[in-house]
Design a protein around this ligand. Structure first.
Ligand code: ZN
Length: 172
């Protein structure tokens, strides 16, 4: 089997990251190829989650692997949150679309979701701790929301300036 080709990851503040994703309707080889390429891209970037939005595909599709051993891939298609714990915690988050930036975001400690896999099979997943946070973070991407948008306008602008400068420096 050949190695899946990596996909370019959109960087904040790229306005395409604010696109609201549409439900996946076709569970075909094209979808499964996209899933493979998203996993390869996520592992290559040492990420624990990647939403299709981040690779400029505006469909409700997420890949996740929060395991230390990087061998527990999880595909979430058309995910819906059925329940989110009222208990929340503020934890530090990062994002492959916001490289080098980490900041605190308040999230539910546990969630229960229903999602399809790449074969179109539905299942319910109960998640807590890091997996719960990761699911909430990635589902925000599908709604066009990047985690830094929870931060104060002052912090957000500082991050925007920093990333735009890094992009310019990389081009020069
Ligand atoms: Zn992210």
């Amino acid at each position: 089997m050949s190695t899946p080709e990596l996909l370019p990851i959109l960087r904040y503040p790229d306005p395409r990251l604010n696109t609201v994703a549409q439900p996946v309707v076709a569970f075909d080889d094209r979808l499964r190829e996209l899933v493979d390429r998203m996993f390869a891209t996520m592992y290559d970037a040492h990420g624990i989650g990647l939403a299709a939005t981040q690779v400029d595909v505006h469909q409700r599709l997420i890949v996740i692997d929060v395991s230390e051993t990087r061998d527990q891939p999880l595909v979430l298609i058309n995910p819906v949150i059925d329940w989110a714990s009222p208990e929340t915690r503020k934890g530090e988050e990062g994002c492959l679309s916001v490289p080098g930036i980490y900041d605190g975001v308040e999230r539910s400690l546990a969630v229960k979701i229903t999602a399809l896999d790449e074969q179109g099979q539905s299942r319910t997943i109960e998640a807590e701790d890091m997996l719960a946070v990761c699911i909430q973070h990635e589902m925000d991407h599908l709604m066009g929301k990047v985690f830094v948008e929870y931060l104060s306008p002052l912090k957000r602008n500082r991050i925007k300036t920093k990333l735009l400068k890094a992009e310019r420096d990389a081009r020069d």
